[in-house]
Design a protein around this ligand. Structure first.
Ligand SMILES: Cc1cc2nc3c(=O)[nH]c(=O)nc-3n(C[C@H](O)[C@H](O)[C@H](O)COP(=O)(O)OP(=O)(O)OC[C@H]3O[C@@H](n4cnc5c(N)ncnc54)[C@H](O)[C@@H]3O)c2cc1C
Ligand code: FES
Ligand code: FES
Length: 471
């Protein structure tokens, strides 16, 4: 029996028996004939299809922008789907007004998605209309007409019209979004949660959908799909038995915002700006990043350097596997088809532990890495008590630099040590030439990233000038 998906679309309740694997974008345009949500790339790259998803957790609703071209309709069950049509007011909203005032639209194809993302940013509980507000909100949007300067100029309008107000209720009160938003939490509470078959399926597991829809999009619309997000118990961050325990469905954004994580990785927000876009980070899960097994997966490299353990579950049984030994070859995992990754366990840190992450890609936002590098170092007075390093883009798998880590343990940081380290890494890696760069370029990148990372980690011992001649 096919279960019906029940959700609220703008102000209206919808019950549908559309295939749960149908893209939200297709559902809106083909089933609902709502054409405001635009179809551009269908790969999460352009932002034209952006919608907002509202979700209740502990009686509190939170809203986030997502690309509707990568989300299954079955996952809408019990949620609030907001499209550009649902943001209209009798007058222009503050976001629409700013865009008009700044001439920030021409052909208008990208504009609905941009209005949606900017509104989502203003709906955030602690939205900060600082100099990065528009950059962050629009990191997942392409506009081929206006240029981004006029969009950036909208920021000053928000400072005037919105000021320090933030959050959904404040925005409703000042007439920034429609009044119907107020009743949505109580209406969502009345929708009973779904159990099977969507939540326990057989053939294709979908987490955030940001990889699998690109690889298997056509098949997912017709096949039996297991929408993992209908089982939210494998989501979230907590501390347990000497580990930080991270549910595999935790998204990049949730991970980076959690106090347990900001505590151990103070620069995590800065790193996030280098990874995908806001709309992708609100969907992409840590589990999906690990299982997708891309040799350049950013979170995989970071979690590998954190010496993480994976918990794999099969029915009622479970086992633990170190992430450092999970990859057996290109896209070959120590995992059976029926096993689900439920948790990632990060061992506790001593206070003298430092974490660092670097990524080089062809453009800053919304691009995959040519090479990335992550390090966890336990040090005292420039003496390395322990170190874990992982690199991406330099081997068929996300690579734990085992020999280099063994070599560096119990050494004192110096310029010569760093040169020996780089020489050893060059022996451990085996980059290939591909669209992200030639193998020689990648060898050069890892050389530079190691220097940059160690200079950052040990500023009292090393300076960038000693590695490069002045011209
Ligand atoms: C525009 C765009 C930009 C991107 N930029 C980056 C980037 O900068 N850095 C980066 O690292 N990645 C990037 N990605 C890739 C992608 O977002 C990540 O790899 C993401 O972590 C995948 O997670 P997901 O939840 O969406 O996985 P999904 O697509 O849902 O799943 C991926 C695979 O893992 C399986 N799977 C997922 N969860 C589980 C589980 N718990 N147990 C068992 N199997 C599971 C699925 O069956 C599928 O085979 C980008 C993607 C897009 C579309
Ligand atoms: S259509 Fe381009 S991001 Fe969805
Ligand atoms: S206004 Fe034409 S693509 Fe942005």
């Amino acid at each position: 029996m096919v279960q019906k998906t029940k959700f609220i679309l703008n102000s209206r309740e919808v019950i549908t028996d559309a295939h749960p694997g149908t893209l939200v974008l297709d559902f809106l345009r083909q089933n609902e004939k709502m054409m405001g949500t635009k179809e551009g790339c269908r790969e999460g790259d352009c932002g034209a299809c952006t919608v907002i998803i509202g979700e209740l957790a502990n009686d509190k609703i939170s809203y986030k922008p997502i690309t509707s071209c990568l989300m299954p309709t079955g996952e809408l069950h019990g949620k609030h789907l907001v499209t550009i049509e649902g943001l209209n007011l009798p007058e222009l909203s503050p976001v629409q007004e700013a865009i008009v005032e700044e001439g920030a639209t021409q052909c208008g194809f990208c504009t609905p998605g941009i209005v949606v993302s900017l509104t989502a940013a203003l709906m955030e509980e602690e939205s900060d209309i600082s100099k990065d507000f528009v950059n962050r909100a629009l990191s997942g949007h392409l506009c081929r007409c206006t240029g981004y300067r006029s969009l950036k100029a909208c920021e000053s309008h928000f400072k005037e019209s919105i000021g320090k107000r933030s959050g959904v209720n404040a925005l409703i009160d000042m007439g920034g979004i429609p009044n119907y938003f107020r009743d949505i939490p109580s209406r969502l509470k009345k929708i009973p949660s779904l159990t099977s078959p969507n939540g326990s399926a057989e053939h294709f597991f979908i987490a955030g959908g940001t990889d699998i829809y690109i690889q298997e999009g056509d098949i997912l619309r017709k096949s039996s799909v297991g929408i993992l997000n209908l089982n939210p118990e494998i989501k979230g961050v907590s501390r347990k038995n000497g580990h930080i325990q991270v549910g595999s469905l935790t998204t990049f954004e949730e991970f980076a915002a959690h106090p347990e994580i900001t505590d151990i990785i103070p620069d995590i927000e800065k790193y996030m700006f280098l990874i995908a876009s806001w709309q992708i980070r609100t969907r992409a899960t840590l589990g999906g990043n690990i299982i997708n097994a891309s040799p350049i997966g950013d979170m995989t490299i970071l979690l590998m350097a954190l010496d993480s353990l994976l918990v794999l579950q099969n029915g009622t049984g479970s086992r633990k596997v170190p992430l450092t030994s999970f990859y057996k070859g290109y896209k070959q995992l120590d995992k059976t088809d029926s096993e689900i990754l439920t948790e990632i366990l990060i061992p506790s840190f001593s206070p003298d532990t430092k974490i660092h992450f670097e990524k080089i890609s062809k453009r800053k936002c919304l691009d995959i890495a040519s090479v990335n590098l992550a390090l966890k170092v336990v040090e005292k007075n420039n003496f390395i008590k322990d170190i874990c390093m992982a690199a991406g883009g330099v081997a068929p798998v996300p690579l734990y630099l085992e020999k280099t880590c063994k070599f560096l343990k119990d050494q004192t940081i110096s310029k010569d040590l760093l040169y020996d380290t780089i020489a050893l890494i060059q022996e451990e890696i085996s980059p290939i030439t591909d669209i992200r760069g030639s193998k020689d370029y990648k060898r050069l990148l890892i050389h530079q990233l190691v220097i940059k990372s160690f200079v950052n980690l040990f500023p009292n011992r090393l300076s960038i000038e000693e590695f490069y001649e002045k011209h």
